[in-house]
Ligand binder design. Structure first.
Ligand SMILES: Cc1ncc(COP(=O)(O)O)c(C=O)c1O
Length: 422
């Protein structure tokens, strides 16, 4: 109910009316085909999973390196459980810090070429933490304004982080720029150069999850330096994925170690369970340890997750074979799906958007693919623009070539049946 309705004394909903209103809203979502259904998996996440006893090639998970069930990761998690216990029943600063938490933070920072890192319970929490804490900093300036420039396709957690920052300080402004539009970003930065902002922050996803494209970080690093802005990159879909050794979009763009702040997840390539982090210069990370609200008021990461994520980084540091496998699988799938006549968004990332046009086709196609042994999800308006409905394929190092061939065969069959390809 709006504030003005409250002020006018409009009658409030009874609790049963509230539930009825919620039901109505859900029915509307079902009718408009925006209701999100869950398709439960019988067992473990992998390159091939079981759904109601039937094998499905998994093309929808963020398990990019296939570590979610890798024997070394399972071993590390078991060791974590046995040596360090299940949980710490505390936030970090009370009694929730073990040496393994500090070691993992150091390992993340070293792997990404950063000075320091701080764990959070998720990347979502890390994004909410970062913007709100930084702009609320007093920093010896009483009358200030901050500005955040944000790519319009940034992840929901960056958007929410910026919202929180704006609510928290009332002196934070944001200018969303068109997706990947460096000229517009440059124009905004130039226009604001003498506006007296205390801190200017450029926030971007490294890889954009609906498109599978990546931010032009080399240019963004130069622009940020020229304009005295802090460059913040969410590497959730990039760490372990892009770059010859999996060090992410900065490595891909030749600017490893040159990003001001990297925010990331442990819930995708880096073992796939949960957890997030912020990496950057030491004073910034030390400051967040004092001021991040999700860090201060929410439980520490459980030891089995910490040990598993740590093992994931050890594996990536020792050897790039999984990254190479992921790249080879991605190249193969991208080439073959195009050969079948499908339109995809070109690129190099294992997120391969297969464009099918209107929402009903994407819905039918994902349903029929499931029947043909492929687990893939469709995306349609309002998640992506109207007429740009797609199946978002995600390739993994866990796929064997035979798995991808099964998936391609099913795409060909269903694509022809639905008239998406000839
Ligand atoms: C770009 C991006 N940032 C943040 C997140 C949230 O990560 P987590 O699951 O660790 O909260 C996601 C997850 O989908 C993401 O794609």
């Amino acid at each position: 109910m709006s504030q003005s309705a409250v002020e006018k004394g409009a009658s409030s909903l009874s609790v049963p009316q509230l539930y009825a209103a919620l039901e109505k809203e859900l029915a509307r979502a079902r009718e408009s085909k925006t209701y999100k259904y869950e398709v439960p998996i019988d067992g473990k996440q992998d390159g091939v999973v079981s759904v109601q006893g039937k094998n499905e090639v998994m093309l929808a998970s963020n398990n990019y390196l296939g570590l979610a069930n890798h024997p070394r990761i399972l071993e590390a998690a078991k060791m974590g459980l046995e040596q360090y216990g299940f949980g710490m029943a505390s936030v970090r600063f009370i009694c929730g810090t073990q040496k393994i938490h500090l070691d993992l933070e150091e390992k993340i920072a070293n792997f990404l070429g950063m000075e320091s890192a701080i764990l959070h319970s998720s990347c979502y929490a890390a994004n909410e933490a970062f913007f709100a804490a930084l702009v609320a900093a007093e920093l010896d300036m009483s009358n200030y304004k901050d500005m955040i420039y944000s790519d319009k396709l940034n992840h929901a957690s960056i958007i929410d982080g910026i919202r929180l920052a704006r609510i928290g300080t009332k002196s934070t402004e944001s200018r969303p720029y068109n997706h990947g539009d460096l000229n517009q970003l440059k124009q905004f930065l130039e226009e604001d150069r003498s506006s007296g902002y205390r801190t200017r922050i450029i926030a971007t996803d490294g890889v954009f999850s609906m498109e599978g494209d990546y931010a032009p970080l080399a240019e963004m690093v130069s622009l940020a330096a020229k304009e005295n802005a802090l460059l913040v990159v969410d590497e959730s879909h990039s760490t372990g994925v892009l770059g010859a050794t999996g060090r992410g979009t900065p490595e891909q763009c030749g600017v490893h170690g040159k990003i001001d702040v990297i925010i990331g997840t442990l819930g995708k390539a880096l073992s796939g369970a949960a957890g997030g982090f912020i990496a950057g210069k030491k004073p910034l990370i030390d400051f967040l340890r004092q001021k991040s609200r999700p860090y201060t008021f929410s439980n520490t990461l459980p030891p089995p997750i910490v040990c598993a994520a740590s093992e994931a980084i050890t594996m990536l540091s020792e050897d790039d074979s999984l990254v190479k496998q992921l790249h080879a699988n991605t190249e193969y799938f991208r080439k073959e799906i195009k050969r079948l006549g499908f339109t995809i968004l070109d690129g190099i990332h294992p997120i391969v958007p297969v464009m099918v046009g209107e929402a009903p086709i994407a819905m039918d196609m994902s349903d029929q693919l499931l029947k043909e042994g492929v687990y893939v999800r469709g995306l349609w308006y309002p998640v992506v623009p109207k007429g740009e409905a797609r199946l978002r394929v995600q390739i993994s190092a866990a796929h064997r070539p035979g798995d991808l061939d099964i998936a391609l065969g099913a795409f060909e069959k269903v694509g022809k049946r639905l008239g998406v390809i000839k």
